[in-house]
Design a binder for this molecule. Structure first.
Ligand code: TMP
Length: 216
């Protein structure tokens, strides 16, 4: 896929890492950061569920009706279908307009959850990723790194979705997966076991540094 004018920024992390709060912080900071070209918009979106089709897939993935829970391969393909639609209908058109896209999760989540967590074939996941994204990769991925025990504590007693309910050992594999991916792919890693504003500032500093190396 041809390189387009906009930028794709992705936030990744295990459930309970503070991703939602940091997404809010980033979406108000980015347009005033001086990083985005004049006239460009910030599109804030997420996976699964960044399109109308994706919203239905999200519901089926996370809160399936009785007896409709997908097996591991079906789950992998449903996340891939969500991503294909998201890239086609939301992300790629925005990048072509020159807009910036901030996505709550992207390909890293599939490798961490379905690859490391479920133990599905990682080469197959990479092939699927290429199909779903048509070769598009993020300009920067920020990983919110948090000790697993703290993430579980932060999630507190709120109702778990199907993936969160997989238990500690599963999430530990996912967490190790994120750590490996962050090292292998040069993601920005930010310790998220700190007060919200401190984490937000660390993300902003890292993005300013990273963006300085981009060609304008
Ligand atoms: P969210 O509530 O942070 O949006 O995450 C939705 C859940 O879906 C979360 O438990 C992680 C999981 N997930 C995967 O297992 N694979 C994926 O490819 C994506 C995008 C999310």
């Amino acid at each position: 896929m041809a390189r387009s004018k906009g930028r794709l920024l992705v936030l990744e992390g295990i459930d309970g890492c503070g991703k939602t709060s940091q997404l809010q912080q980033l979406s108000s900071w980015l347009p005033t950061s001086g990083l985005m070209p004049a006239g460009s918009q910030l599109i804030v979106t997420r996976e699964p569920g960044g399109t109308a089709l994706g919203k239905s897939l999200r519901e089926l993935l996370l809160h399936p009706p009785q007896d409709a829970d997908p097996g591991p391969t079906a789950e992998l393909l449903m996340y891939a279908a969500d991503r294909a639609q998201h890239v086609d209908r939301v992300i790629q058109p925005a990048l072509e307009r020159g807009d910036w896209v901030l996505s709550d999760r992207f390909t890293g989540s599939t490798m961490a959850y379905q690859g490391y967590g479920r133990g599905l074939d990682r080469e197959l996941i990479t092939d699927l990723e290429r199909i779903a994204t048509r070769g598009l990769s993020p300009d920067v991925t920020v990983w919110l790194d948090i000790p697993l025990a703290l993430s579980v504590q932060r999630r507190g007693s709120r109702e778990e979705d199907r993936i969160e309910a997989e238990g500690f050992a599963f999430l530990e594999r996912v967490s190790n997966g994120f750590s490996n991916l962050a090292k292998a792919h040069g993601w920005v890693s930010v310790m998220a076991d700190r007060p919200l504003l401190e984490v937000a500032e660390a993300i902003q500093t890292a993005l300013l540094t990273r963006a300085a190396s981009w060609q304008r």
